[in-house]
Write a protein that binds this ligand. Structure first.
Ligand SMILES: [Fe+2]
Ligand SMILES: [Fe+2]
Length: 437
């Protein structure tokens, strides 16, 4: 961690540096001459700046922070609390004022307290990621929330603070996406967000969709295989579907749950839409209307499975069933039919989407569930969906091993060679990724 400390007393600087250095591993730069510092100090390169705030350096501080809005934490030591008032707007929220009239010991203790609170080494504590929508639901936060700052975690919101989705969305442009809580607060935090009485409006759901899509698309655009046009098109289709579903009384709750999961469930739904978009561009006979139906199915199909591990189950064989609790087996087994029935009643979603969802766990050889139907009993859209889902799962599983989509689609093509439109669909994917890999 890089820390800068300014204080007029070199004695104070020495003892503070020593104490900080003892508590945490940090590179500490100090100065007693604030005037000379103005030009050379690049505030942004420090994670923590501690400045003794006096009447004589007040205007310098104002200039410095107006010029370089510090991303880092700033901590002011001052015997004149009123001085800071004028500067407050120019500073980051994390700035802190310590009243030095209580003596040097108090100042040092306060600084150490802040250090522990705002900068905690990754080894010292374990953190778990949380989604912003959960923060929103938790409303008044039961614990502090952190973001990753290099190798450290820094406070993003303190206990009892509230976040508006608009605020978060604005901040998310500054890479403040991944938010964390301390593992020890996990139960408390999830309890609070689960019991929330907060209601999402259609506008909120649209915004959550924007955040989650932006994040997923950014991850995927780092992979070179996808062309920008397909990503953009898939993003637009997904957003418009999310906007439409936000008005469906039956489906909106599940959609929020699904968007809350910034992990497998969410990622694989978005990937499905991207692959459908690619297919649509390769195969004119698919048509805009079918692309839309497939994309609706992509976003909705696992809506009733709000558990990442259960969502990953693609076969319910004896071994898998043995590993699950009976209620989990029921949940997995029933989710296609249950959701299909809800969608069949929906005035917003087409009935054809309900058929795709009903069959999304069937397999071409009849080994799927719940009806064990085979290839010839499914309609064309169901077949495209199942094949694409297989490809997406393979892609996500192999993501860390960097297996290329070219290799994955090659394998899939060989598997389905000679089986009517399965051969055709897999060959279109194979051609696309051969071109882009
Ligand atoms: Fe599923
Ligand atoms: Fe799925």
């Amino acid at each position: 961690m890089n820390i800068f400390i300014f204080h007029q007393s070199s004695e104070f600087l020495a003892s503070l540096s020593e104490i900080i250095g003892f508590e945490i591993e940090a590179k500490i730069q100090t100065s007693t001459y604030f005037n000379e510092l103005e030009l050379s100090l690049e505030i942004e390169s420090f994670e923590l700046v501690i400045i003794e705030h006096t009447r004589s350096n007040n205007s310098l501080i104002q200039t410095l922070f107006k010029k370089n809005k510090p991303k880092c934490f700033t901590l002011f030591v001052s015997s004149k609390p009123s001085l800071l008032k004028d500067n407050q707007t120019a500073l980051s929220n994390e700035s802190m004022l310590i009243d030095s009239t209580f003596g040097p010991q108090f100042v040092i203790e306060s600084i150490l307290d802040c250090l522990k609170k705002i900068m905690i080494g990754p080894e010292a504590q374990s953190f778990i990621p949380v989604s912003v929508t959960r923060l929103y639901l938790a409303n008044e936060l039961p614990c502090a929330v952190y973001y990753k700052n290099g190798d450290n975690y820094s406070i993003y919101l303190s206990k009892e603070e509230k976040i508006s989705l608009e605020d978060y969305f604005l901040n998310s442009n500054n890479n403040l996406y991944s938010l964390y809580i301390k593992e020890e607060n996990k139960e408390l935090f999830f309890q609070k967000s689960n019991q929330s009485s907060k209601q999402f409006t259609a506008k909120d759901i649209t915004l959550i969709g924007q955040i989650s899509l932006k994040k997923t698309m950014e991850t995927l655009s780092r992979r070179k295989e996808f062309d920008a046009k397909s990503l953009k098109m898939a993003k637009e289709i997904s957003q418009s579907i999310i906007n439409n579903i936000s008005h469906d009384g039956q489906l909106r709750e599940g959609l929020i749950e699904s968007l809350l999961n910034l992990n497998y469930i969410n990622m694989h739904s978005t990937l499905l839409v991207i692959f459908m978009t690619i297919l649509f561009q390769k195969d004119e006979s698919l048509g805009q209307e079918n692309l839309e139906k497939l994309s609706y199915a992509a976003i909705l199909h696992d809506l009733l499975i709000n558990d990442e591990d259960l969502a990953k189950i693609d076969k319910l064989d004896k071994k898998t069933i043995k590993e699950l609790k009976p209620e989990e087996v029921t949940k997995v087994l029933s989710h296609p039919t249950k959701l299909a029935s809800i969608i069949a009643e929906s005035e917003i979603v087409s009935k054809d989407v309900s058929i795709i969802i009903r069959t999304h766990h069937e397999r071409f050889d009849g080994s799927g569930f719940p009806k064990r139907i085979s290839w010839s009993e499914m309609n064309k859209l169901s077949r495209i969906f199942i094949l694409t889902h297989e490809m997406v799962d393979e892609f996500i599983n192999k993501m860390n091993q960097q297996e290329t989509l070219e290799a994955i689609t090659q394998k899939l093509y060989h598997k389905y060679e000679g089986i009517g439109d399965l051969e055709r669909t897999s060959s279109l994917y194979k051609d696309y990724f051969k071109r882009t890999s």
